[in-house]
Design a protein around this ligand. Structure first.
Ligand code: F6R
Length: 364
C-alpha cells in the first residue's frame, strides 16, 4: 500500500505531480479554465469586492501564498485568516466578499465553524476540499475539489500542493474575467500551470542531495526559514514540515523582520534557510541572510536555476526549475518537504504519525 516507499509521506511527496495534474485537468478544458462544475459563473467572479481566505495549518499557508498571487493578478483585496481567529473576531465583513475556506479533510472544526459563520453573515462561500462529501464540502455554496486522493501521512504534502494549484486556477480565472490580463497572458499562465507537474518530477530527482544535507543537520536545535512575499509563505510551510515531524524547533520569518528582534537569536552554527525564488526580492533577502552568516549562521539557499551567484553567498544551494514566478512556490516547497522527511528519518522518528498530532482536527 506504500507502493514500495518506506513511509506514506514519501509516497505522497512523489504523488504530487499527479495530484497537481489531476486537479488542473479537472478545471482546464481545451486550454481554458472552466468552473462550471462548481457552479460559479463569470458573473459571480465579477461581482466580488473582497476575498477572505480562511483555514488552519498548512491550508492556511496555502492561503498565505495564494494571497500574493490573487492580489498581483487581480484587482481584489485578499485577507488571509486563521479559522480559529476568524470565528471569534468581530470584524466588519464586506458583504460583497467571497469567503474561501481551504481544507484537506473537510472536517476541521475551526474551519467548519468559520464557514458556518460566513454563511450566517450571508457571504458567498467557496470550499477547496479534498474529501468528497465531507462536512465542509456539503455546506459550502461552491466546492472546488482537489484531486489529491487519500492522504494518510499526518504531515500534508500532496493535498497542500493540490490546494495551491486550485488557488492558481482561481486567480488566473478571476484575472481574465475581470480583464486584468489579456487573452495572451491568460494562455501563457495556463501553459505555465500545466508545466508544473513535470517540473515537480525534476525536483524530486534531486532528492539525494537533500538527504545528504538532512543527515548533516539532523542534530540541529533551531532552524530559521526566511523569505519575502511568496517566498515567505513557502518558508512558513517549510518550517512547519520540519518541526512537526522532526521535532526540531524552527521558525519562519519575513526576511525583513529579522533585524526587528529575531537576529539576536542567531548563534554560531545555527541553520538559516532562505527561499529565494522571486527575482525582484533576491538581493534583499540574500543580504538579510548574509547578516546572519556574519554572526555565525550556516546558510542554505533555495533558488531557481540560473541564480548561480548563490554559490558564493550560501553554504548549501538548492535549485528548482523556472516557472512563472507566481507559481514557483509549488516547486520550492518540495525540497523543504524532503528536508523535513529526511531529518525525521535520520532521527528514527515516526514520520507518518508524529507525536501529539491527528490527521483531522475535529475539536477546537
Ligand atoms: C500540517 C497539516 C495541518 C493541516 C491542518 C488543516 O502538515 O497537515 O496543519 O493542514 O490541520 O487540516 P485540513 O486541511 O484537513 O483542514
Amino acid at each position: 500500500e506504500k507502493a514500495g516507499f518506506e513511509h506514506f509521506m514519501m509516497k505522497e511527496i512523489h504523488e504530487q505531480p499527479k495530484a497537481v495534474r489531476d486537479t488542473l485537468n479537472s478545471v482546464v478544458k481545451d486550454g481554458r479554465i472552466d468552473f462550471k462544475e462548481m457552479q460559479i459563473s463569470d458573473e459571480d467572479l465579477n461581482k466580488y469586492e473582497q476575498i477572505y481566505i480562511v483555514a488552519c495549518g498548512s491550508a492556511w499557508h496555502v492561503g498565505m501564498a495564494a494571497q500574493y498571487v490573487l492580489e498581483d493578478l487581480t484587482d481584489i483585496p485578499v485577507r488571509v485568516e486563521l479559522a480559529s481567529e476568524f470565528r471569534y473576531r468581530k470584524m466588519p465583513l464586506n458583504q460583497k466578499a467571497l469567503v474561501i475556506v481551504v481544507s484537506q479533510s473537510g472536517e476541521t472544526a475551526d474551519t467548519l465553524a468559520a464557514l458556518r459563520l460566513a454563511k450566517e453573515k450571508k457571504l458567498a462561500t467557496l470550499a477547496i476540499v479534498n474529501v468528497v462529501g465531507s462536512s465542509i464540502a456539503r455546506e459550502a455554496d461552491h466546492v472546488l475539489y482537489t484531486l489529491a486522493g487519500p492522504e494518510i501521512s499526518v504531515a500534508t504534502t500532496k493535498a497542500y500542493s493540490a490546494q495551491l494549484a486550485a488557488m492558481y486556477c482561481l486567480a488566473v480565472q478571476f484575472a481574465r474575467v475581470r480583464e486584468k490580463i489579456t487573452e495572451e497572458q491568460y494562455s501563457f499562465y495556463i501553459s505555465e500551470l500545466l508545466s508544473i507537474p513535470e517540473k515537480m518530477e525534476k525536483v524530486l530527482e534531486d532528492k539525494e542531495r537533500i538527504q545528504w544535507f538532512a543527515a548533516k543537520y539532523a542534530n540541529a536545535h533551531d532552524v530559521f526559514f526566511v523569505g519575502r512575499g511568496i517566498d515567505y509563505a513557502i518558508s512558513l510551510e517549510g518550517s512547519l514540515k520540519l518541526k512537526e515531524i522532526s521535532y526540531i524547533h524552527s521558525e519562519a520569518y519575513a526576511a525583513g523582520e529579522l533585524k526587528h528582534g529575531t537576529i539576536s537569536l542567531i548563534e554560531q552554527g545555527m541553520l538559516v534557510i532562505g527561499v529565494l525564488t522571486q527575482d525582484e526580492l533576491y538581493e534583499k533577502t540574500i543580504s538579510n541572510m548574509l547578516e546572519c552568516k556574519s554572526r555565525g549562521a550556516y546558510l542554505m539557499g533555495l533558488t531557481t536555476y540560473g541564480h548561480y551567484e548563490v554559490e558564493d553567498q550560501v553554504n548549501f544551494a538548492v535549485y528548482v526549475p523556472k516557472v512563472d514566478e507566481h507559481f514557483v512556490g509549488s516547486l520550492a516547497v518540495i525540497p523543504l518537504q524532503l528536508l523535513g522527511y529526511y531529518v525525521s528519518v535520520a532521527k528514527g522518528l515516526d514520520v507518518d504519525k508524529p507525536r501529539n498530532l491527528a490527521k483531522s482536527v475535529t475539536v477546537e
